[in-house]
Ligand binder design. Structure first.
Ligand SMILES: *Cc1c(COP(=O)(O)O)cnc(C)c1O
Length: 365
């Protein structure tokens, strides 16, 4: 028995070659400037330790995480690359950030002052991004801070300004009026700040056309196969597949129900397949009674509540399916993360970043 390990009830396949190909495709669509790789939230749930080196090998030299700890974890994997922290600089993190060559996205006069003081103490210029708020109203310099820096740019003196950046609020909607308004506000803010390269588009922003090109685009979702142009065909390669095995099948008579609170009832003699994936794996409970899995190209509707460790599918019309067979929960055609998201009433970002830790993960290079 030594060395034996349990069978995998579910396997998550992550295609690093597809992610690298997506980065190259985005770079081809953004010829006037560089293209970064946003690998926050563990590369949207897919594993930053695997994804970031794959992007680096493809030629990516700018990376972003949300938190400093995320950046520190991958810093050794990305020699020579800029590694930015989008969420800025918390008081107390300055020394670590400087020591490890991390580039914080500074979004307030206070952050600028603390980073400049750190540079002065270190006796060298420190790399920085300036984050300008153009409508998101979360992070970034507001109008008063930009006016203050326009009047007196000395607080920026100790910094090596890599990029001035802003973030679009609705780039996935091509005709949303915020896009043009933010672009204009960004240009106006940049004109008041010291000259520096600019960074504008996220994934969807790259598809808004040349007006939204900049010195550095910052795609995340599109790298991982999420459609950056919702409502139109997905130009990206799918990168994720989730397969899970049937634990049991059982017959229900008409009138019998499945799962917690009996939310689904059989209206005919029905065969139910039980699969060992649940909301504890990020298989979102909001999909309960919606969507389907796929067996041999045919749909198996999800029935009843998604529970913590189990989910049930109606396989009445799939007589060849048996115990131990594999169902596709996320595939490359029908059940993409975007399609799963629609069933779960969320977006593909949440589907990916929710993917659980219990799946066996297989990386394809
Ligand atoms: C998450 C994020 C991105 C990447 O956005 P996608 O829509 O995933 O391409 C870019 N910039 C900022 C500031 C972000 O927070």
């Amino acid at each position: 028995m030594a060395g034996m390990r349990p069978t995998d009830p579910a396997v998550l396949e992550i295609d690093l070659a597809a992610i690298a190909a997506n980065w190259r495709a985005l770079a081809a669509r953004h010829p006037g400037g560089a293209v970064a790789g946003v690998v926050k939230a563990d590369a949207y749930g897919l594993g930053a330790a695997q994804v970031a080196p794959a992007l680096h090998a493809a030629g990516c030299r700018h990376f972003f995480t949300a938190h400093l700890a995320e950046a520190l974890a991958i810093r050794p994997l990305l020699p020579g690359a800029m590694l930015g922290v989008l969420n800025g600089l918390l008081p107390g993190d300055e020394a670590l950030c400087a020591e490890h060559g991390i580039t914080p996205a500074l979004g307030s006069l206070d952050e600028i002052a603390r980073w400049t003081a750190t540079a002065q103490a270190a006796g060298r210029r420190l790399p920085a991004l300036l984050h300008v708020d153009t409508g998101m109203n979360r992070l970034g310099l507001d109008a008063a801070a930009i006016a203050a820096l326009a009047a007196d740019p000395r607080p920026l003196a100790g910094l090596e300004l890599h990029y001035v950046m802003t973030h679009l609020v609705a780039a996935e909607i091509a005709d949303d009026l915020h896009n043009a308004a933010q672009r204009a506000r960004f240009a106006a803010a940049c004109a008041r700040l010291p000259a520096a390269p600019r960074s504008l588009a996220n994934s969807s922003g790259i598809f808004l056309g040349p007006d939204f090109a900049s010195d550095l685009a910052r795609p995340g979702a599109a790298l991982y196969g999420i459609n950056p142009t919702p409502g139109m065909p997905n130009p990206m390669r799918p990168a994720v597949r989730l397969r899970a095995r049937v634990l049991q099948t059982r017959m229900l008579a008409p009138g019998e129900s499945v799962g917690y609170n009996a939310t689904w009832g059989a209206t005919r003699a029905s065969r139910i397949a039980v699969v060992g994936v649940g909301y504890a794996d990020g298989w979102l409970r909001s999909q309960s009674g919606r969507g389907h899995a796929v067996f041999d190209g045919a749909p198996a509707p999800l029935v009843g509540r998604v529970s913590m460790d189990l989910v049930t599918y109606d396989v009445t019309d799939l007589p060849r399916l048996g115990v131990g067979d594999w169902l596709d929960l996320i595939d490359h055609a029908d059940r993409t993360p975007d399609a799963v998201a629609e069933a779960a009433r969320t977006n593909g970002y949440e589907v990916l970043t929710s993917l659980g830790r219990r799946y066996r993960r297989v990386y394809r290079a």
